[in-house]
Design a protein around this ligand. Structure first.
Ligand SMILES: Nc1ncnc2c1ncn2[C@@H]1O[C@H](COP(=O)(O)OP(=O)(O)OP(=O)(O)O)[C@@H](O)[C@H]1O
Ligand SMILES: [Mg+2]
Length: 340
């Protein structure tokens, strides 16, 4: 099999199967800082198919959460806005939708597990009530029906002694159990698309693995399309089908996951991988990426990684396009040196 054909089969969707559940086309999201607007997400495009997991990776501040909030229609008002592009969820154009329609889509067709479970769960409402809420709102269930379904969902995400804990509050749950409550809320209405923003960062590795296995199982059963946001390339290797690397709001590399780990090509991806702890390397071999992601007003024009890039050339003052590699057309790289 050619490398290209092999790369293509890395993805889980077969040609001719159902279309993508989530389509993001040339999304640009801007953030206002001191009356000036800056593009924090630039020209980002991707698709996620049913049962597929697309991982969005990159250091803190590279635009992962803003991409997720743009899809959800939850950008902070007056501070963030989608400046251009189109987002389609299960056939509905979210960017053209009214606020009422967007709200109907959230929790119904599209669920999100937020980065911070403690701040996104309501501390003064019992968790069972919070899971039931969207069923009453979106599915028109009675309180009693919704409560019964909330119990089923708590069992589905394997919260032990669920019946006794329907009326407990978030602070009475451990971190891992809280994350499961978040998953139950996100899945209550059987959405087509699930966005998981760092769903396991706050958890220890054992619980992390349990939560990820649970998500994978639900995904298989319910046919979910998952957009997984994470810092952790180990998690990406374990659960993702495809990966998109972001830096300074740009997609710098995009590839099927096996192809990505076989042939990481953008200097930023290489740097991320070199900074990742691995069992087959000593801790001394770890190479942290020098410097940090500049703040929005300080991002350089052209390639945004140039200020930290060891391969920088003069041409980097211009923004390189995302170019498919000749050897693997499903693998795109935005770099004048590596994909000229
Ligand atoms: N409400 C806001 N006000 C001002 N700047 C913001 C706001 N939200 C995001 N930003 C800026 O936009 C950029 C992208 O932020 P974003 O939250 O998407 O990063 P991220 O990739 O999710 O990072 P992390 O891994 O830390 O969650 C950063 O420079 C961030 O400081
Ligand atoms: Mg984030």
């Amino acid at each position: 099999m050619s490398a290209a054909a092999e790369a293509a089969t890395d993805a889980t969707h077969e040609p001719g199967s159902a279309g993508p559940s989530l389509v993001v086309e040339r999304l640009t999201t801007s953030i206002r800082i001191d009356r000036q607007w800056f593009d924090a997400v630039r020209d980002v495009s991707f698709e996620v198919y049913p049962r597929e997991t697309l991982a969005l990776v990159g250091e803190s501040g590279c635009g992962k959460s803003l991409t997720a909030l743009s899809i959800m229609g939850l950008l902070p008002e007056g501070v963030g806005r989608v400046s251009s592009g189109r987002i389609t969820v299960d056939g509905t154009d979210m960017t053209a939708a009214s606020e009422a329609k967007a709200q109907a889509m959230r929790g119904d067709r599209i669920g999100m597990i937020f980065q911070e479970p403690m701040t996104s769960l309501n501390p003064v409402l019992p968790v069972g009530f919070q899971i039931a809420e969207s069923l009453v709102e979106h599915r028109g269930m009675s309180r009693r029906q919704a409560r019964r379904r909330a119990l089923e969902l708590m069992e589905l995400v394997r919260i032990p002694a669920a019946a006794q804990r329907l009326d407990a509050y978030a602070h009475q749950f451990s971190g891992g159990m809280r994350q499961r409550v978040m998953i139950a809320i996100a899945l209550a209405c059987a959405p087509k698309v699930l966005i998981a923003d760092e769903p396991t960062t706050a958890l220890d590795v054992t619980i992390q693995a349990q939560v990820l296995a649970l998500l994978a199982d639900l995904q298989r059963r319910e046919g979910l399309a998952v957009l997984l946001i994470t810092h952790n390339l180990g998690v990406v290797a374990a659960v993702a089908d495809r990966v998109i690397v972001m830096y300074g709001g740009d997609v710098v590399e995009s590839a099927p996951v096996k192809e990505f780990f076989r042939r990481p090509t953008h200097p930023y991806s290489e740097a991320l991988l070199a900074a990742m702890p691995r069992v087959d390397r000593s801790a001394e071999a770890l190479a942290p990426i020098p410097g940090q992601v500049p703040t929005l007003p300080d991002l350089p024009p052209g390639c945004r990684f140039q200020s930290r890039c060891p391969l920088r050339i003069e041409k980097c003052a211009e923004l390189p396009p995302l170019i498919p590699l000749a050897a693997a057309p499903a693998h795109g790289v935005r770099c004048w040196v590596r994909a000229p």
